[in-house]
Structure formats: structure tokens, C-alpha cells
Write a protein of this length. Structure first.
Length: 150
């Protein structure tokens, strides 16, 4: 039995159209440590969560339906022009899991510092990976803040 959802829900929960639920759940849950909050297999739907981050996955049905919210033609890789930054406690564990599965990284890993004010910057250890449908995911672990380098 799936544990009950924690409330309140996040203010933003992206819903991603996918092509195959088994492949997506293998990636998101088995490799990245998300868990299924609830699902409707008969509708090709699952809500997933990890460390308070939630996504909804829905198998894309070919052809228009009354619940199809497409804004244009579907072509892989899906989600072009967007990456989802997902803050996690331990980037290294995810990197190890992906490496053991021979899953390719899109970018990184890297340590990067970003200016957040005139006198301060915040750092992350991060990498990017694409899910089975091409959605770009940026996993980041905080390195804290420091005075801005000159």
C-alpha cells in the first residue's frame, strides 16, 4: 500500500506526458528514488514524490481527447526549453545509481556558484540528466552561501 500523501501539496506540481509508464517508473523510482504517491494504472497515470518534490506522469494518448491540453505537435525530446531543478540532500547517491545503470548524463557533474546579491553567492553541486522521454532534470545539492568572489 502506498503511504498517504502529506499535506499541504506543493504549490507547483508539473505534469509530464510520457510514452511508457513502466520505463518512466523504472527511471524515476528505481534510479532516482522517487516513490509513487498514488496511481491510476487504467488511465496511465502516477503521482510521484521525493524529498517533497512532486511530479505527475501521464501516458500520452495519441489523438485528441477532451482532456488533451497540447499546445503543439509532440516530438521527442519532450520538454524542450525547460529544465527542472530538483534540490536533493545527496547528489552523489544519484550519480552512483545512474552510473551503475549506465544511464548517460546530459551535463556535469559540476560545482557552480551563482551571484544572488552584490555581496553574496550560493553554490550547488549539480548535474543534468534526461528521463526516458527527454525531459531535462537538473539535480542540485546546496553548497551553502559565501561572500561573492571579486
Amino acid at each position: 500500500m502506498t503511504p498517504p500523501r502529506t499535506y499541504p501539496r506543493p504549490a507547483l506540481v508539473p505534469e509530464l506526458y510520457i510514452t511508457a509508464m513502466p520505463a518512466s517508473l523504472a527511471f524515476w523510482c528505481d534510479l532516482l528514488g522517487f516513490r509513487v504517491l498514488y496511481d491510476r494504472p487504467e488511465q496511465g497515470f502516477a503521482a510521484i514524490e521525493r524529498e517533497g518534490i512532486e511530479f505527475m506522469l501521464e501516458e500520452y494518448e495519441t489523438g485528441p481527447t477532451e482532456r488533451s491540453w497540447d499546445t503543439g505537435p509532440r516530438e521527442k525530446p519532450y520538454g524542450r526549453g525547460i529544465n527542472f531543478e530538483i534540490m536533493v540532500r545527496d547528489v552523489s547517491a544519484l550519480l552512483t545509481s545512474l552510473q551503475q545503470a549506465s544511464w548517460p548524463l546530459f551535463f556535469g557533474p559540476e560545482e557552480r556558484w551563482y551571484r544572488i546579491s552584490e555581496s553574496e553567492e550560493t553554490g550547488v553541486h549539480q548535474f543534468l540528466v534526461q528521463d526516458p522521454d527527454g525531459y531535462l532534470l537538473r539535480f542540485s545539492q546546496s553548497l551553502g552561501q559565501r561572500p561573492r568572489a571579486a
